[in-house]
Design a protein around this ligand. Structure first.
Ligand code: PMV
Length: 327
């Protein structure tokens, strides 16, 4: 008897604290309205089958006993290792058929890999009756991301699993929902694809050369995230914007910003934003900015004139959820 389950999980945007969060300081992340979707079906034959047309993986197949072994196409890695990790803890009888699709381009840096990992673990948990809670889904998904990338704080996995806006410490040591429904956020995409692991490694090299300086930058980042948490709670967007600008200065010291991002950020500030910064590892992807109601259009126009593309983003989105279940 086949059970088909469709699950979705949100992408994410880092609001403050990137890089420092890899080294134990807190960050603030929000889940975005754009979602990843995965449909899974348990099959009698012990074979893993995958279709993710968004990343050109079509009819990928291998025996369940060979999960994680041999060359794995880039677009299949997170799904395959997620199933492997799940089945090592909660044995799966037979095989698994998976189809994934995305509401957003993997180019934006919204965390499509982490969101699809979370979808797979959640779907398997339901299909097999293991019924993991969100923290257990986070743990297995974070292990999957680390198995593949070797690095990462897990903030993106937390956003996909829990949703909302979170105050987060590496590895899920703290995952604290922050009540906010009205963050007036504008997102501008640079058109440049950034590779997070490469940039995290560049910062690591820099930290080896100048450990005190970089640790100091991380400490200051951690302090401003604490202040930003208070600003979110009191909806003090002016203050939050100032802290975004401070955070951007620290990211510039880490040398992860690039001209295109700097130009978009300056344009947003000039047009009257409370503050603006890059979001994520840097080197490309997106900027985020907060603006008062009467400056929103001017800020969007400024970002567009600087070569950015405005992306419509709803923040505070719901975490992983079952869309459809024919169990
Ligand atoms: O590039 P993104 O959006 O995946 O963000 C990376 C954020 C880092 O702090 C640099 C890495 C991490 O895992 O926290």
């Amino acid at each position: 008897m086949s059970k088909q389950i469709t699950v979705s999980a949100p992408g994410k945007l880092m609001l403050l604290g990137e890089h420092a969060v890899v080294y134990g300081r807190p960050c603030i992340v929000t889940a975005v309205g754009q979602r990843m979707r995965a449909t899974i079906e348990l099959a009698d034959e012990p074979v893993f089958q995958l279709n993710t047309p968004d990343v050109q993986v079509v009819d990928y197949k291998k025996p369940m006993s060979e999960l994680g072994i041999g060359d794995i196409p880039k677009g299949a890695k997170f799904v395959e290792i997620a199933i492997k990790n799940f089945s090592e803890k909660y044995p799966i009888q037979g095989g698994v058929k998976v189809t994934t699709s995305s509401e957003f381009s993997s180019q934006f840096g919204f965390g499509s890999s982490s969101a699809s990992t979370v979808c797979i673990i959640k779907a398997l948990s339901e299909a097999t009756g293991a019924t993991l809670d969100n923290k257990a889904i986070f743990n297995l998904s974070y292990k999957t991301v680390l198995d593949i990338q070797g690095k990462g704080s897990g903030f993106d996995v937390a956003a996909a699993a829990f949703g909302g806006t979170l105050y987060f410490i590496k590895g899920g040591q703290t995952i604290e929902p922050l009540q906010t429904d009205s963050l007036p956020l504008i997102v501008g995409y640079s058109g440049i694809k950034a590779d997070t692991v490469t940039i995290v490694n560049q910062v690591l090299e820099k930290a080896k050369e100048h450990p005190e300086v970089i640790e100091g930058i991380y400490d200051n980042t951690g302090k401003l995230v604490e202040q930003a948490k208070q600003a979110v709670l009191s909806k003090d967007w002016q203050k939050f914007g100032e802290l975004m600008n401070e955070n951007q200065k620290l990211l510039e010291k880490l040398e992860v910003s690039i001209n295109k991002l700097d130009n978009m950020i300056l344009a947003a500030r000039k047009a009257g934003a409370y503050g603006a910064k890059l979001s994520g590892a840097g080197g490309g992807d997106c900027i985020i900015t907060l603006a008062p109601e009467n400056r929103i259009q001017a800020v969007k126009d400024g970002i567009t004139a600087a070569g950015g593309q405005i992306i419509d983003v709803k923040i505070n989105a719901e975490g992983v959820k079952i869309e459809h279940d024919t169990k």
